[in-house]
Design a protein around this ligand. Structure first.
Ligand code: GDP
Ligand code: MG
Length: 163
């Protein structure tokens, strides 16, 4: 028996980029522009010798500010309940936003196991955001660059005990 990992976080932090990298097929669209309606996506992930199920939470990018919170919450809660472990992704270049705080709260209350990942962490421009991520109270952030494939060894090390 393997495990299910849900990648959660606000729009545009890089969730689908990581999903695509783990699944190795273009199952999830990656957009620079918001505006594409999406939902939960499931794929068969490979990382090192690990095989697991990965869920990409999407379907948020087209929401207006008013509907964003409700939709985001419902979708994230669904993914969290399906998952054995959640990878909570923040954008280290942007730093922590109020929306990130909302996600952190959902995960603290609901998730069985959380891995905090500070994505877009390639280069020094991300250093301040990585430090800020400690304030979420979800432990030490994992430095990740989904786009450049950095930090995947550390992610593998965190997932290994769950397999
Ligand atoms: P999602 O909305 O959370 O699924 O985010 P996407 O995967 O669609 O990525 C949003 C944007 O961030 C895209 O333009 C990606 O190319 C970019 N992105 C994703 N990962 C990284 C990363 O590690 N570094 C940088 N600099 N950009 C990234
Ligand atoms: Mg996405």
């Amino acid at each position: 028996m393997s495990f299910t990992l849900a990648i959660v976080g606000r729009p545009n932090v890089g969730k689908s980029t990581l999903f695509n990298r783990l699944v190795g097929k273009r199952l999830a669209l990656v957009d620079d522009q918001p505006g594409v309606t999406r939902d939960l996506r499931e794929g068969a992930a490979r990382l090192g010798d690990l095989r697991f199920t990965v869920i990409d939470t999407a379907g948020l990018e087209d929401a207006t500010d008013d509907s964003l919170q409700g939709r985001m919450r419902r979708l994230t809660e669904r993914a969290v309940d399906m998952a054995d472990v959640c990878l909570f992704m923040i954008d280290a270049r942007t730093g922590i936003t109020p929306t990130d705080q909302i996600f952190a709260e959902i995960l603290r209350k609901r998730a069985k196991h959380v891995i905090l990942a500070a994505n877009k962490a390639e280069g020094r421009a991300a250093d301040a955001g990585v430090i800020e991520a400690y304030s979420l109270g979800l432990g030490e952030p994992l430095r990740l660059s989904a786009e450049h494939g950095e930090g995947l060894g550390d992610l593998l090390a965190e997932l290994m005990p769950l397999a």
